[in-house]
Write a new protein. Structure first.
Length: 449
């Protein structure tokens, strides 16, 4: 079975696809509002710190598991540690990806609806209330469910097409375009009067605003934005050739993720402060700020449409990885075709996403632990399943996986000295697990008061 598995066509295709899995909603949608709600520059500083010190080593670890096993995520842990309970880490990842995609698809549906509305010029208008427009769209149950359905439909179509002709093909075209257009938006954003106040909020840390919840959010978002903790990168790297450096690829993905997050902050916060908007607006921030910014530009509706299209594609490249881990986990264990499994998995994700889609309208009064269904799903994945999965993966690579195989996979395509491996392995064995546990305990008030 392993001999028949697809592989990435090129190293760049793998990097762009992995970056697409990371960039998407994590960097462009979630990062700005998480930064706004968690102290601005101090949150950004912690996010970078956690990404480099913890997220990057864990990304390398997931790459090592995937390519070392050359099989889908659930079976990868079974293959590398036979007779143990380690396969539960794979199941943890599949369940986490399923929940994540169910509410992620709701936001993808919002992006899709905004894109469709912007083409005939139905978003930007004189004296428009963009906050009310967002409330009208998300408050309509039929619109939100339709957006969710169409978004999942696009995912199922691409995943059913395979690795090269599906995920890699679209990622190699769309990710570079997103970077180019993002830079154009940032340049325009910085020209607004009052933009510097937004820059100071974003880049000038005020650590007095931090608490345990903010720190946990920064750690969780570092994992969320790199797509680590639910083994989607295990699945992606299982299609990778042996001559490609995992550490170089992981570093490229991490740096691209930080860069896009940085650009997202530069694009959003100057506009937020220039127009007197609230940086802690929450998940709706991007949908309110972007139309406001583009309405001030020449040919604003055209630029908004182009940006939304590219944003949609970035969101899709991110969601591909979530449906891929589910599809591959099932298709490689059954005789059913990959295509049919992708469509069936997409259908069940759509059904599971309906409550989150309705949480801003007919189910708005249904509260779980003081959160809406959408927010509760987000909290469960970002603050529990992703950090928990990262802890399990670190312990698996550090203590359970054959060290010779770890060493071998780390050095394929590299010319590092042994000291680099020892440093990375120490982070995986000790620093990453201890950091995750300490941040959890701190957020609960068990330590540091």
């Amino acid at each position: 079975m392993e001999a028949k598995r697809e592989q990435w066509g090129t190293r760049m295709g793998f990097i762009l696809s992995s970056a697409g899995a990371a960039v998407g909603l994590g960097a462009i949608w979630k990062f700005p509002y998480m930064t706004g709600m968690n102290g601005g520059g101090a949150f950004f500083f912690l996010f970078i710190l956690f990404t480099i010190l913890i997220g990057l080593p864990l990304l390398i670890a997931e790459f090592i598991i995937g390519r070392g096993a050359q099989i889908e995520a659930v079976s990868a842990y079974q293959k590398l540690a036979p007779g143990s309970l380690s396969s539960l880490i794979g199941y943890w990842g599949v369940v986490g990806a399923f929940i994540l995609l169910s509410f992620y698809g709701v936001v993808g549906g919002w992006v899709l609806l905004y894109t469709v509305l912007s083409i005939p010029g139905k978003v930007i208008s004189n004296n428009a209330d963009y906050g009310q427009l967002f409330a009208d769209i998300t408050g309509n149950p039929w619109l939100t469910i339709t957006g969710l359905a169409l978004f999942i439909l696009l995912n199922a179509f691409v995943i059913s097409s395979g690795i090269k002709q599906g995920i890699e093909r679209y990622s190699k075209i769309l990710m570079p375009l997103l970077f180019i257009f993002f830079i154009i938006i940032v340049v325009r954003s910085l020209t607004f009067e009052g933009a510097m106040e937004g820059i100071r909020f974003f880049l000038q840390p005020d650590f007095s605003k931090l608490n345990g919840e903010n720190i946990l959010n920064a750690l969780g978002h570092a994992f969320f934005s790199l797509a680590v903790g639910i083994s989607v990168m295990v699945t992606y790297s299982s299609y990778l050739q042996k001559n490609i450096s995992l550490s170089h690829s992981a570093t490229s993905v991490s740096m691209m993720n930080i860069l896009v997050s940085f650009l997202a902050g530069l694009a959003i916060f100057p506009v937020v402060f220039a127009f007197g908007l609230e940086p802690a607006e929450g998940p709706s921030l991007l949908f309110i700020v972007l139309p406001e910014a583009f309405s001030q530009m020449l040919f604003g509706e055209l630029f908004l449409t182009l940006f939304l299209l590219l944003f949609l594609f970035a969101v899709l490249t991110s969601s591909f990885s979530m449906l891929e881990i589910i599809t591959s986990a099932i298709s490689e264990k059954t005789s059913s075709s990959r295509k049919s499994i992708a469509w069936i998995a997409g259908f069940f994700v759509f059904i599971a996403g309906i409550p989150a889609a309705l949480s801003s309208n007919v189910l708005a009064d249904l509260i779980i632990f003081q959160k809406s269904i959408f927010d509760a799903s987000d909290f469960l994945v970002s603050n529990i399943m992703l950090p928990g999965g990262c802890l399990f993966i670190a312990l698996f690579v550090g203590f359970k996986m054959d060290r010779d195989l770890v060493h071998q996979e780390f050095f394929f395509g590299n010319h590092f000295g042994e000291g680099v491996f020892q440093l990375w392995f120490g982070v995986i064995r000790w620093l990453a697990p201890v950091t995750i546990i300490v941040v959890f305990l701190y957020s609960l008030g068990i330590i540091y008061g």
